[in-house]
Design a protein around this ligand. Structure first.
Ligand code: GDP
Length: 495
């Protein structure tokens, strides 16, 4: 199939050292040859070997000099798109890149749609759909985890896992079909039991994958975190210290239902999206200013609550309100200002919580934390046992930056089971993939149901087939053209 030749600026549309204009398609070499001259003034791009780079000039039709460039030639099928591809490395001014692109168009190329190069890589069979999506995730990665998991996905972590599951399912479909076709030679005696076993195994794997999606999503997009506490306890100081540790990006999430701003704080491989009602952190008590209801609503939406207390002052009514608000949430209670003389400690907070909740609560030390010498550390934090969710309590001093490293590693351990591993875990970070896995699991659960009810074998294969098809969507088999177009339309220009 002959395809038209596409072109786009592949680098950022801002002034920079170099800019790249990418041209791909059957006529890529021919088209660029029309506007290229080597140092001796010859147009000989088509004589160049694949995977070579050449110094020369871009010239207009009438010979007017445009720019000094390096041209790389990558011939099919050994290129990103699997088509003949030429990349023009020019000086990275926006005007220059646009000028060269317009010359390329005049010479016969068409402007590429967003993501069209990667779409061609997919359509030409070099990468599957989940790998193509990984390319985009790499570009948009906001923290180390998101980056690593996208790179892994590009290398095939998700595709391989999905293919493995599909093969298992296909084997069963084929077995049932052949047994039904040829009952004389292939017996279904005892097959139900084997299929039940296999179905349960596949379900375990699918559930593991969909469970990884909440971790994966949080790792990729961030943990929605809210800091609560009375005025003057050190909330802003905490936010600043967390933000100051690494780069803080302030994003306006305008018009969200929450009416809030989110400040993204990247702490190594995790991201905290600090939910912040506009201005509140600088002025007053979150509860007083916006009312308990709203504070409760915000806290309800949060994945994590950081409840800051001034440990040098006694607890009061507002603290009781906040305690009520957080009891069923994942939270860390910070006994801040621990550099000052202590008025409240871990036990007195738990006692207050017991009064408020009438629950039987107690403080525990987790004892599975061994230091590098293999001996037990006295943990600087304790767990409040007996609540619906995980709540820790620890001392901090935002003034002296004490306890902050411990707080960040505690948050990691609360959200991600064990180490955040890049090597052996497959994380699902894409909502489309999650939905497909969910559908596949639903079909497999139907297989299990039919087995329990001793339904005829062809019932199993119907549901096995639909599980197979759902998983196929992830890697781009069985996808409709519309979906493919929609996925790639979210890509950037030139990718
Ligand atoms: P917010 O109203 O809760 O945001 O509290 P701020 O972060 O604005 O802090 C209120 C006051 O407490 C400021 O004067 C801070 O310098 C002080 N402060 C904050 N954290 C600490 C701490 O850990 N120790 C001491 N001694 N003072 C602190």
């Amino acid at each position: 199939m002959k395809k038209d030749t596409i072109a786009a600026i592949a680098t950022a549309m801002s002034d920079s050292g170099i800019g790249i204009i990418r041209v791909s398609g059957d006529e890529a070499v021919e088209i660029v040859d029309k506007i290229y001259q080597n140092a001796q003034g010859a147009k000989i791009l088509k004589n160049y070997e694949s995977h070579t780079i050449h110094y020369g000039f871009i010239v207009e039709e009438d010979g007017t000099f445009v720019d000094e460039v390096m041209i790389s030639v990558m011939l099919a099928p050994r290129s990103y798109t699997m088509e003949d591809t030429v990349e023009i490395n020019c000086h990275g001014g926006v005007l220059m890149m646009q000028k060269i692109l317009s010359l390329v168009m005049k010479a016969g190329a068409r402007i590429a749609e967003p993501g069209e190069f990667t779409k061609r890589a997919f359509l030409n069979g070099r990468i599957d759909l989940s790998k193509a999506e990984a390319v985009m995730d790499i570009i948009h990665a906001k923290n180390e985890f998101a980056l690593q998991s996208s790179v892994k996905q590009l290398k095939g972590s998700v595709s391989d896992k999905i293919k493995e599951l599909r093969e298992k399912i296909l084997y069963e479909i084929a077995f049932i079909e052949s047994a039904l076709d040829d009952p004389e030679h292939i017996s279904l005696e005892g097959y139900d039991e084997r299929l039940m076993h296999e179905t349960e195994d596949i379900l375990v794997e699918l559930h593991k994958l969909s469970d990884s999606a909440s971790d994966g999503k949080m790792l990729k997009e961030g943990i929605h975190t809210v800091i609560v506490g009375k005025p003057n306890v050190g909330k802003s100081s905490l936010l600043n210290i967390l933000a100051g540790k690494e780069r803080a990006i302030v994003t306006d999430v305008a018009g969200t239902t929450r009416d809030t701003l989110e400040e993204t704080i990247v702490l190594g491989n995790i991201t905290l999206n600090m939910i912040d009602t506009a201005g509140i952190r600088n002025t007053e008590d979150i509860v007083e200013k916006i009312g308990v209801e709203k504070a409760r609503k915000i806290s309800k939406e949060a994945d994590l609550i950081l409840y800051v207390m001034d440990a040098s002052l006694p607890l009061d009514e507002s603290d009781m309100d906040i305690i009520k608000m957080i009891v069923d949430k994942k939270a860390v209670i910070l006994l801040n200002k621990s550099d000052l003389e202590e008025w409240v400690n871990e036990q007195s907070v738990v006692d207050a919580m017991k009064d408020v909740t009438s629950m039987d609560l107690k403080l525990t030390q987790e004892d599975d934390c061994l230091n590098s010498e293999g001996t037990k550390d006295i943990l600087p934090y304790q767990k409040i046992e007996g609540l619906a969710n995980t709540v820790y309590i620890m001392k901090t001093s935002t003034k002296e930056a004490c306890g902050i490293d411990i707080l960040t590693s505690l948050i990691k351990s609360m959200f991600f089971h064990g180490q955040i591993t890049y090597n052996d875990e497959v994380y699902i970070t894409n909502i489309r993939h999650k939905e497909a896995i969910f559908d596949a699991a639903k079909s497999m659960a139907e297989v299990k149901k039919s087995l329990k009810m001793n339904m005829p074998e062809d019932f199993y294969s119907i549901d096995l087939m639909s599980a197979y098809a759902s998983l196929g969507l992830i890697i781009g088999e069985e996808v409709e053209d519309d979906l493919v177009s929609e996925i790639f339309s979210k890509f950037c220009m030139g990718k």
